[in-house]
Design a protein around this ligand. Structure first.
Ligand code: HSE
Length: 313
């Protein structure tokens, strides 16, 4: 069954998961983007409205992640009609919460619905990647969990490289987003092009521990492994104010592990209880308050649904 208008939702994501640079991501409950896509007789893609972005996102369909992903899908379908997109950004930009991935995913998921959902969420990955690539190159660690929900292993950018990992039921996540923009392109530019063999051995060992801990549902081991990033964190620490103090405060408040969410500046603290996660979030905010920086906090969980269609007509 096909439709002329569909609305979709795509969740926030954090990727990297600390040590798993570009290869593991998770979807977060309670925050995300929405888009309504409508077929038009005229060819081309237009934005009827973009809200929630403070006027920051490009309205030019060739420069916006949502429309570039939608274009890839329309071309694949050999479509001659155009579409109108209404995009409602629930996610802050350049914050490490997968805002560009959510834009890419939400448009394609709504568009897929217009055709009666010929493709599974996993099969939509290549179209979404075209949009994500516009701002930060071809990496699927945000797009995959955004599409599928849960925690995903992303061993490459092809559909068969995506593998869901178990998300422990008692995993809670405290987040703090200090009000400093860290554009992904900038955070990627500071990454080292080579790592010493010793670092490689340490890092791959921690990634293996992380995956093992997820499979065993061992949150303590997960928290220990996740925050021991010796590659991205040292290179990016100068972009994230208060990182060391925040980690200490979160641990004192009961967090099991702290890591930079994506390219930052959001920091994520893993906890094994919702009340502790609330307390950790407040402790993180107090650190930024002392640094005279405003911040947003929340305590949340893994979103196991991923992107969803909200309505179609
Ligand atoms: N894994 C990516 C990075 C996420 O850390 O650069 C940014 O979108």
């Amino acid at each position: 069954m096909s439709f002329s208008r569909a609305e979709a939702y795509a969740p926030a994501t954090v990727a990297n998961l600390g040590v798993g640079f570009d290869i593991i991501g998770l979807a977060l409950e309670g925050m995300g983007d929405r888009a309504t896509v409508t077929f038009k007789d005229r060819p081309g893609i237009v934005f009827s409205k973009i809200s929630g972005d403070g006027g920051m996102l490009p309205r030019d369909p060739e420069q916006n992640v949502a429309s570039v992903s939608a274009r890839a899908f329309l071309d694949h379908m050999g479509e001659t009609r155009g579409i109108e997109i209404q995009l409602n950004k629930g996610l802050p930009l350049s914050s490490g919460l997968g805002s560009s991935a959510a834009s890419a995913v939400v448009a394609v998921v709504a568009l897929n619905k217009l055709y009666g959902e010929p493709y599974s969420r996993q099969e939509l990955l290549p179209f979404c990647l075209e949009g994500e690539a516009l701002v930060s190159g071809y990496h699927a660690d945000n797009v995959a969990p955004c599409l599928l929900g849960g925690i995903t292993l992303v061993a490459g950018i092809s559909v068969d490289a995506i593998q869901p990992l178990p998300a422990p039921d008692d995993l809670h996540i405290a987040l703090v987003t200090p009000k400093v923009a860290v554009p992904t392109a900038e955070a990627r530019a500071v990454m080292p092009s080579h790592v010493p063999l010793k670092t490689l051995i340490f890092q791959t060992g921690r990634v293996a521990q992380l995956v093992d801990a997820l499979h065993r549902g061992d949150l303590r081991a997960l928290g220990e492994a996740i925050g021991l990033d010796k590659v991205a964190e040292p290179a990016r620490a100068h972009l994230i104010p208060g990182l060391a103090q925040a980690r200490e405060a979160a641990k004192d408040a009961g967090a099991l592990g702290v890591f930079i969410g994506g390219a930052g500046p959001t920091l994520c603290a893993l906890c094994d209880d919702g009340v502790i996660a609330e307390r950790v979030a407040r402790a993180l905010q107090a650190v930024y308050c002392a640094l005279n920086l405003t911040s947003e906090i929340c305590a949340t969980r893994v979103d196991n649904r991923g992107s969803v269609v909200l309505r179609a007509e």
